[in-house]
Ligand binder design. Structure first.
Ligand code: NAD
Ligand code: LMR
Length: 353
């Protein structure tokens, strides 16, 4: 039998008194910017439902918006209350990251302008880049010492670099950008082509920038079929992999904008959930996942660029870049072109770093 006192502090179970603090899993504080936007509207409900941090992990949501969007955010807060999520310990709303990032263990930087039809993501750099100076400084000032950061707002790799440059207190390794959506797109395409479920496709990943220069890589990929597990290259044709597949994955963001008139939202939210989930809880049946992380010089990628690599999760909140993969010359050339593009983006925001 368990009894909780009025003040919520003491419980009784099996004849032993103890404080709730010592028996409950401590809530994880998750700050989300752009929480009233398109992605935010999918993302925060999924976090509150336990999809991101697991079914036993309480969460405190610290939702951050621009002052002009605070009324909309109040409405989202009401809806969160109305869901009565068992894992949602509490919600805090803020129009200032210095307040909204206080004590945050996970910071999800989503709030930024999306591109329109006819724009490249890098065209957003001048308008969105400055958002990440102030947010990097706020992370530095008030987030938890070992806060983990994912940048979704585009161009996400370079925005992550900007935020990282302003947050000297936080380990550089903790600043990541999202390329999981690109990986998920690759998995979805392969599953459909091979006639299997996405759960049967593993270890497909993406190198480079979250842009058209990204390099989807299936060299480690496997497909589970009724007759056993095959490599992706055995399961689908090389022509398709080098043609439609590659182009579809690299340009999917644009195709969605053309079709919907708005950029991807639910799939982006799901991928952000996947990114943090796997960083914390591991990759399950897959050995690796794609994360854009600070380059350590592996594969000749200039050190410090936030570049998508295959990573292994070695412990909760610990990743390692997978080194020493054999990379063919054609792939290496494309990987370096993506790195060059990131160097150009870095040069374009030199004043913000
Ligand atoms: P949206 O316009 O629907 O929502 C953005 C929200 O961010 C708005 O509510 C806005 O008020 C808020 N915002 C803007 N500046 C802010 C700031 N400084 N602080 C706090 N909040 C702020 O846009 P969206 O569709 O949700 O997309 C958000 C970003 O994510 C865009 O830059 C988009 O390009 C990017 N995106 C990235 C990926 C990826 O794979 N990395 C995928 C999809 C979208
Ligand atoms: C995506 O890949 O869907 C997002 O980055 C949005 C965009 O601008 O393409």
């Amino acid at each position: 039998m368990t009894r909780v006192d009025d003040d919520g502090l003491i419980c009784y179970s099996g004849g032993v008194f103890r404080t709730m603090e010592s028996t409950m899993t401590k809530p994880i504080r998750v700050a989300v910017t752009g929480a009233a936007g398109q992605i935010g509207y999918s993302l925060i409900f999924s976090i509150a439902a336990g999809d991101m941090l697991g079914p036993d992990q309480p969460v405190i949501l610290q939702l951050v918006e621009l002052p002009v969007a605070m009324q909309a955010l109040e409405g989202v807060g009401m809806e969160l209350d109305d869901c009565a999520f068992p894992l949602l310990h509490s919600i805090e709303l803020a129009d200032d990251p210095m307040q909204g990032f206080k004590g945050a263990d996970v910071v999800m930087l989503v709030g930024a302008k999306p591109r329109g039809a006819g724009q490249d993501r890098s065209d957003l750099i001048k308008s969105n880049g400055p958002i990440f100076t102030g947010q990097g400084e706020a992370i530095d000032a008030v987030a938890a010492d070992d806060a983990k950061i994912i940048v979704v707002g585009n161009p996400c790799n370079t925005n992550a670099l900007i935020a990282q440059s302003r947050a000297k207190r936080i380990p550089k390794k903790n600043f990541t950008a999202m390329t999981r959506l690109d990986q998920n797109r690759a998995v979805g395409q392969i599953a459909r082509k091979a006639g299997v479920a996405p759960a049967d496709v593993h270890d497909v990943f993406v190198w480079g920038n979250h842009s058209d220069t990204m390099v989807p890589d299936v060299s480690l990929g496997t497909v589970r079929t009724g007759s056993g597990t095959k490599s992706v290259v055995e399961a689908v044709s090389a022509d398709w992999l080098g043609g439609d597949f590659d182009k579809t994955v690299r340009t999917r963001g644009k195709a969605i904008i053309v079709a919907r008139g708005k950029s991807s939202a639910a799939s982006a939210a799901m991928s952000a959930v996947n990114h943090i989930h796997d960083w914390f809880l591991g990759t399950g049946e897959s050995k690796i996942t794609s994360m854009a992380v600070p380059s350590d010089g592996s594969y000749g990628i200039p050190e410090g660029l936030i570049y998508s690599f295959p990573v292994k999760i070695t412990a909760p909140w610990q990743y390692e870049i997978v080194r020493d993969l054999k990379v063919d010359d054609a792939t290496k050339t494309r990987m370096m072109a993506s790195a060059k593009e990131l160097e150009e983006e870095r040069a374009a925001v030199a004043d913000l770093l």
